[in-house]
Design a binder for this molecule. Structure first.
Ligand code: GRG
Length: 293
C-alpha cells in the first residue's frame, strides 16, 4: 500500500471549524483583563491553528442525534480547552520538551515554563466551567472520566512507563486508546448525550469514536516518521527522539497503514447503521484517514 494521499478538509469541517473558533474567541478570558499576560498566553495556544477535530466531532454527534441549541458549543470549546491544556503540558521540558506546536514556538518557549504551567491549569478549569454550563452533570462526568487516571492520564503514564523498552502491540494499543482515544471517544459521547440520544445510539457513536481515535493516533505515529515539519507544525521524529512507543515500531509502517485504514472503514460501517445522517462522521473519518498534519 502506498503513502496516504493529501486530503483537503471537507466542507463540513471547514464550516464547523469557523463556528467553533467564533465560540472559542467568545468563551476565552478577555486579554485586556488582569492577569493580562496569562490571558494572552492562553489565547496564544488555543487560537493557534489547530484542526479542531474534537470539538467538531462533538457538534457532529449532537446534530446527528437531533440536538439543537447553543449549549453544545460550551461543550465543544470545553473539549478544545482540555486538548490544548494537554498539548501545553505535554510540550513542557519535564515531559517531551518540544519547541514547536501548531506551527509556532511552544508556549513555554514563548512565555516561559511557569506561565505555560498556569495556562494549562487555567484551561483545565475553564473546561469544567464551560461543561457545567451545558446543564448536564453527565457531560461533566464524561469529561472527567475521559481525561483522568482511567483515561488520558493513564495513557500518558503508560507512555512514560514504556519509554526505553520494547512494548507489545497490546501495550501500545492501551497507550493510544487512553492517551489519544479517550478524549476523542468522550467528544462524540458528550455530543450524543447532550442531544439526549437513546443509549443504543450513544453506544454506536462510542464505537465510532474508539475506532477513529485509535486510527488517529496510528496515523500520527506514521506522520512522525514520514511527515514534514512545515506541514505538521511540529517536529518530525520526536517519537523516536523521546523513545515513544508507536505502531510502526511494533508492526512496521506498511501494516500500521493497513490497520489505520481498516479502523476507518469499520468506523464508517458502524456509523452508517447508527444515524440517519452519517455524512459529517464519514467526512471526518475519511479526513482523519488521509490527513497529512
Ligand atoms: C496532560 C501532560 C498531559 C498529557 C496527556 C494527550 C496527551 C497526554 C498529550 C498531548 C500530546 C500528544 C502527542 C497527544 C497525542 C494526541 C495527538 C496526536 C495530539 C495532537 O492532536 P491534533 O493533531 O492537534 O488534533 P491540533 O493542533 O490539530 O489540535
Amino acid at each position: 500500500m502506498s503513502k496516504t494521499m493529501p486530503m483537503a478538509p471537507p466542507e463540513y469541517l471547514i464550516g464547523k471549524r469557523a463556528v467553533v473558533e467564533k465560540y472559542i474567541d467568545q468563551f476565552l478570558p478577555d486579554p485586556q483583563t488582569y492577569p493580562q499576560k496569562l490571558h494572552e498566553a492562553i489565547r496564544y495556544s488555543v487560537m493557534a491553528p489547530g484542526k479542531r477535530l474534537r470539538p467538531i466531532l462533538t457538534v457532529a454527534a449532537f446534530e446527528s442525534c437531533g440536538g439543537s441549541g447553543e449549549e453544545v458549543f460550551h461543550a465543544a470549546v470545553a473539549i478544545e480547552c482540555i486538548h490544548t491544556y494537554s498539548l501545553i503540558h505535554d510540550d513542557l521540558p519535564c515531559m517531551d520538551d518540544d519547541d514547536l506546536r501548531r506551527g509556532q514556538p511552544t508556549l513555554h518557549r514563548r512565555y516561559g515554563e511557569a506561565i505555560a504551567l498556569l495556562a494549562g491549569d487555567a484551561l483545565h478549569d475553564l473546561a469544567f466551567k464551560l461543561m457545567a454550563q451545558t446543564g448536564s452533570p453527565q457531560a461533566v462526568l464524561e469529561l472527567a472520566e475521559a481525561i483522568g487516571t482511567s483515561g488520558m492520564l493513564a495513557g500518558q503514564m503508560a507512555d512514560m512507563d514504556g519509554e526505553d523498552r520494547q512494548l507489545s502491540l497490546d501495550e501500545v494499543t492501551f497507550i493510544h486508546d487512553h492517551k489519544t482515544g479517550k478524549l476523542i471517544r468522550g467528544s462524540v459521547r458528550i455530543g450524543a448525550i447532550l442531544a439526549k440520544a437513546p443509549s443504543s445510539r450513544v453506544e454506536a457513536i462510542t464505537v465510532y469514536g474508539e475506532k477513529v481515535g485509535l486510527a488517529f493516533q496510528i496515523i500520527d505515529d506514521i506522520l512522525d516518521i514520514e511527515g514534514e515539519t512545515a506541514t505538521l507544525g511540529k517536529p518530525v521524529g520526536s517519537d523516536s527522539k523521546n523513545h515513544k512507543a508507536t505502531y510502526p515500531a511494533v508492526i512496521g509502517l506498511e501494516k500500521s497503514r493497513m490497520v489505520a485504514a481498516g479502523l476507518i472503514e469499520e468506523a464508517i460501517k458502524v456509523i452508517e447503521k447508527a444515524v440517519s445522517y452519517p455524512s459529517p462522521f464519514i467526512q471526518i473519518a475519511r479526513y482523519i484517514g488521509g490527513r497529512q498534519h
